[in-house]
Design a protein around this ligand. Structure first.
Ligand code: OSB
Ligand code: MG
Length: 370
């Protein structure tokens, strides 16, 4: 296929409630939607870069810049047989994984639609439904946190993930266990808020039987995590530290983690997410699908990748209403039964675009032609 046109749309949507992590506070979701056109078909992608570079080095503007200056023009010069070629074509450029992924994702959707396949089928997914977890930001008080946890347990979420930071870690986890008992599938995500100097505190988390502790140490570290993992009973899961399949291989070899969170955008696209999944499956390392508070297009990509067999732990793929009152797909993404999403069987991402909702939240748009 020849990509003949690409559209970028920058949108901004309010979150239903502020989201606080050890990286800061968010009140809105801002992102870039990508459309790739070939013949009568159009594929959709979403950039997951945040509006500030606190999670990784990219932001909404750097993604737009890299797409416009390098990635879109380069795609126009090539005839693509399979979307796996896109990450190869982009491989000369260092990093900028989220920019690459946004365009690569649109090409995957386009390819699936042209071939009458669902995105899940095109990727080799085997699950027809996926179990869903929820990510809870840092609440102002433990009482507020307990209320949130209670609500999400009632909604049927299969995994409860709580953000922690120094000063809000052992006590909130203890309170959750005390209130809801030992059987709630519970985990903590630190977003790199600690160092090895905090090892005594981190070891205290072992008593809560957490499924895992996500990214306790440096965003660029796999050495200290290996030291920490040797001291902890609780499995460490890496998020920020894994940008490539090679990163994952090294982390597994070093013993830096026992679980990996796969985010399509963080690893440069669906082709590399699938390779990472396959590597982890071969090494006996379970994976789950992380989230970047995507709107419906990004969530649809997440659901498709989470249908692969080694995604054995519920992911952060909560439905639309978790963060938004209106989504860019219609109907909004929702559970088929409590805590469960069905994997769409329609062509491509399998959701209908809500053009009116996009126009209501549109900040900027531009079309590029081959
Ligand atoms: O660390 O997993 C994370 C959101 C933004 C940046 C980093 C993270 C998150 C989440 C949200 O935890 C998960 C979701 O999309 O619901
Ligand atoms: Mg995380």
């Amino acid at each position: 296929m020849k990509i003949e046109r690409v559209d970028l749309q920058r949108i901004k949507i309010p979150l239903t409630a502020p989201f606080v992590t050890s990286m800061g506070l968010e009140t809105h979701k801002e992102c870039i939607l990508v459309r790739a056109y070939s013949g009568n078909h159009v594929g959709f992608g979403e950039s997951v870069a945040m509006d500030v570079p606190v999670y990784n080095e990219e932001d909404v503007d750097t993604v737009w810049y890299m797409l416009e200056k390098y990635l879109i023009p380069q795609l126009f010069t090539r005839d693509i047989e399979h979307p796996d070629q896109v990450s190869e074509i982009f491989s000369w450029m260092r990093r900028n994984q989220m920019a690459k992924s946004a365009l690569e994702g649109a090409v995957w959707d386009l390819y699936a639609k042209m071939n009458g396949l669902s995105l899940s089928q095109a990727l080799g997914g085997t699950r027809t439904t996926i179990d869903v977890g929820v990510s809870i930001g840092i609440e102002p008080t433990i009482e507020k946190l307990l209320e949130r946890v209670d609500g999400f347990i009632r909604d049927g979420y299969k995994k409860i993930k709580v953000k922690i930071k120094p000063g809000f870690d052992v006590e909130p986890m203890r309170a959750i266990r005390h209130t809801f008992g030992p059987d709630v599938p519970l985990m903590a995500d630190a977003n790199s808020a600690y160092t090895l100097a905090d090892i005594d505190m981190l070891k205290q988390l072992d008593e809560f039987g957490l499924i895992m502790i996500e990214q306790p140490l440096g965003h660029d570290d796999i050495i200290d995590h290996a030291t920490l993992q040797r001291e902890l009973k609780t499995p460490i899961c890496l998020d920020e530290s894994i940008h490539t399949v090679a990163d994952a291989r090294k982390a597994i070899e070093l013993g830096s983690c026992r679980i990996i969170n796969i985010k399509i955008g963080r690893v440069g696209g669906l082709t590399d997410a699938k390779k990472l999944h396959d590597l982890c499956a071969a090494k006996g390392v379970p994976v789950w699908c992380g989230g970047m508070q995507e709107v419906g297009i990004g969530r649809a990509h997440n659901i498709a990748i989470a249908s692969l067999s080694n995604f054995t732990i519920p992911g952060d793929t909560s439905p639309s209403h978790r963060y938004f009152t209106e989504d860019v797909v219609t109907p909004m993404i929702d559970f088929v039964s409590p805590g469960v999403l069905s994997v769409p069987t329609g062509a491509g991402i399998g959701f209908t675009i809500n053009e009116a909702a996009i126009l209501r939240s549109l900040v900027e748009h531009k079309s590029y032609y081959a």
